[in-house]
Design a protein around this ligand. Structure first.
Ligand code: ADP
Length: 398
């Protein structure tokens, strides 16, 4: 099941987007609604709140008097912490239960509508984060005009949230809601058809996203490193301690280098047996990285074989090649050395860029393109190693 985190600042139009996703067929879990449900009358969390803060926080009907509770915890960190210790586990449990119910019912796309997703650093819990982005002044105007919120209240609430820049930095997908509602809905519909549905189908089938038959080189994208960081955070979140090292490698990890729009990641694991553990293989597939079983090694420059396991992305919106190698093995070391050498040496970058342009012009098909680059690798291994020797390079984690 594809797990999408949906967020946006207050008044951004998140509810509009959530409603459309629901219409299109997603199951939407509303974090605000869940937070209210766990303290509804008869819920254990409500009884604990009454125990801790007093029964005068309940209305005559036995419901939670939210404004009164708000006054009690406002400006009192210890009280707020106690409250969260009661509510957070209940919220977490309910969310997990609803998620499992959606999965059991065969839902393909689960949306978590979570206003404070970025504030609470939750991006790693989802396959994708969608941010609804609307200029502050437009948001203020809409909140005042459509929701009757006083302007100063709207601005104060916005000041309590992260900035739009920070929110966008956490996004895999940005929906621009500065225009008309129809323009926004059209973006959501296109996203549903072109990315979310095929991604969900690929996840369910355990297969990679389709890729074009031919390689295209693109200009360097300044967002590649932060994209890689987001992906690594998700993989670490999903796999935990089993990931010993996780690095952005390959051309997209080298500033200014022309490249295929593919994020290469290297995961270092304790042994190849670990890389083959069905649990780990399954976990990577569930994270959106099914294994490509036909690739299980790289040929080194001296002809010896460097074992690896290869996983690719199920997301049609983001090509990723994931190389799983044993930490400290020659293949693992080479991926880091090659990247760091290219980062450090301008002439090496220029040579590599020229080689790529030639290879893609003469052999645009993926397999042949990779093969066309091989002889150069044999040639430069010595150069890269000489650079490592002269600089005292050691594999770090860049
Ligand atoms: P959020 O859930 O992110 O706080 P809402 O979805 O409630 O924001 O949107 C705030 C207000 O702006 C609502 O009254 C909504 O109907 C209105 N709105 C949302 N998108 C648009 C749009 N593109 N044009 C005009 N009004 C909009």
């Amino acid at each position: 099941m594809l797990h999408l985190g949906l967020t946006g600042g207050i008044g951004s139009g998140k509810s509009t987007v959530a409603a459309r996703l629901r219409e299109l067929g997603a199951v939407v879990l509303d974090a605000d609604a869940i937070a209210r449900e766990v303290v509804a009358e008869g819920e254990p969390a409500l009884a604990r709140i009454a125990e801790r803060f007093g029964t005068d926080l309940l209305t005559a009907d036995g419901e939670l008097d939210r404004p009164a509770l708000g006054r009690v915890v406002f400006g009192d960190p210890a009280a707020l912490r106690d409250l969260e210790e009661i509510t957070h586990p209940a919220i977490w449990e309910r969310t997990a239960r609803l998620r499992e119910e959606a999965r059991a019912a065969g839902s393909r796309v689960l949306v978590h509508d979570m206003p404070l997703l970025v504030e609470k650093s939750m991006g790693a819990e989802y396959h994708l984060v969608l941010v609804v982005d609307t200029d502050v002044e437009t948001r203020v105007r809409r909140l005042v005009e459509h929701r009757g919120i006083p302007e100063e209240d709207a601005r104060a609430r916005m000041r309590a949230q992260v900035s739009d820049t920070e929110r966008r930095a956490a996004a895999d997908i940005v929906v621009d809601n500065n225009g008309t509602p129809d323009e926004t809905l059209a973006q959501v519909d296109r996203l549903w058809t072109e990315r979310l549905t095929p991604f969900a189908d690929n996840l369910a089938a355990g297969r990679r996203a389709a890729r074009p038959a031919e390689v295209t080189l693109v200009d360097p994208d300044a967002a590649w490193p932060e994209t890689a960081e987001r992906l690594i955070a998700r993989i670490r979140h999903g796999l935990g301690e089993r990931v010993v090292t996780a690095d952005h490698v390959g051309s997209t990890a080298v500033t200014g280098l022309v490249a295929k729009d593919v994020i290469d990641l290297q995961l270092g694991v304790a042994s190849m047996a670990e890389a083959d553990d069905p649990e780990l293989v399954e976990a990577l597939a569930a994270l959106g990285y099914p294994r490509s079983a036909h690739i299980d090694r790289d040929e080194s420059k001296d002809g010896s074989l460097w074992p690896k396991r290869f996983h690719t992305s199920a997301d049609p919106g983001r090509m990723v090649h994931l190389h799983v190698r044993e930490v400290g093995s020659p293949g693992w070391r080479w991926a880091l050395l090659f990247r760091d050498w290219l980062r450090a040496e301008g002439p090496a970058r220029a040579d590599y860029a020229a080689l790529k342009e030639r290879a893609v012009a003469e052999h645009p098909r993926w397999e042949e393109y990779a093969e066309a680059k091989e002889p150069w690798f044999a040639e430069i291994e010595g150069r890269a190693q000489a650079w490592a020797d002269s600089t005292g390079w050691a594999p770090g984690h860049g």
